[in-house]
Design a protein around this ligand. Sequence first.
Ligand SMILES: NC(=O)c1ccc[n+]([C@@H]2O[C@H](COP(=O)([O-])OP(=O)(O)OC[C@H]3O[C@@H](n4cnc5c(N)ncnc54)[C@H](OP(=O)(O)O)[C@@H]3O)[C@@H](O)[C@H]2O)c1
Length: 224
Amino acid sequence: MKIGIIGSGIVGQTLGSALADRGEDVALGTRSPDRLGDKRGWGKSLDDWLRGVEHRARIVSFPDAAAHGEVVINATPGTVSLEALALCGTGNLRGKILIDVANPLDFSAGMPPVLTVSNRDSLGEQIQRAFPDVKVVKALNTVTAQLMVNPAQVAGGEHDLFICGDDERARKEVAQLLEQWFGWRNVIDLGDITNARGTEMLLPLWVRLYSMLGTPMFNFRVVR
Ligand SMILES: NC(=O)c1ccc[n+]([C@@H]2O[C@H](COP(=O)([O-])OP(=O)(O)OC[C@H]3O[C@@H](n4cnc5c(N)ncnc54)[C@H](OP(=O)(O)O)[C@@H]3O)[C@@H](O)[C@H]2O)c1
């Protein structure tokens, strides 16, 4: 499957290598495909990233990544996601599933970060309103990048992933893709995109748990 990833940091790189290594056709998007030697946030330089990917992957501009993807992934900071997606060009995203893994966290005053939108709105909804022809599915935003692509690393994979979005078929397709791609067995479909409020508001708790546990390799499990 052709996958376009918008965002070249640790999340874009981790998703991109895992998908490319299982044979998907990945285009990783950056605003600066001409500066492959620059280190990217918590990730590597894109030169190093390309060297580490076993199979086919390419580095392209945001619009080219969006145009390439049958499914597109938003892996940009939530504070700039609307700008980043606008750079992709509406036509390149139209009609597609956009898996939104971003969190609207503002780190400008240091740790812990604060949510820039919460309770009555969410980043997922903002993206859906700005791009009404896109099928936004919020997913993977409540786990660290390494766990996104390998849930079995914690408790043998027996923990839960939340997804939501307005298009029911798109939610079902994303749940299937996440199982096929990474082995996510327990996907909880929360319903429409307003449920992104809840999954994004988990982040202050997630950040606190990270600092208490000393590792990002944990997740939530809902028991009944
Ligand atoms: N870290 C995790 O494990 C984790 C887990 C769950 C969810 N998330 C969420 O995943 C998202 C990505 O995280 P990350 O750490 O990989 O991202 P990051 O390194 O902070 O973001 C990198 C990407 O954002 C682009 N960017 C930066 N400023 C921009 C602007 N003003 N306009 C347009 N694009 C801009 C960069 O462009 P260039 O390519 O040109 O540099 C780059 O592609 C975040 O929303 C984060 O909250 C992270």
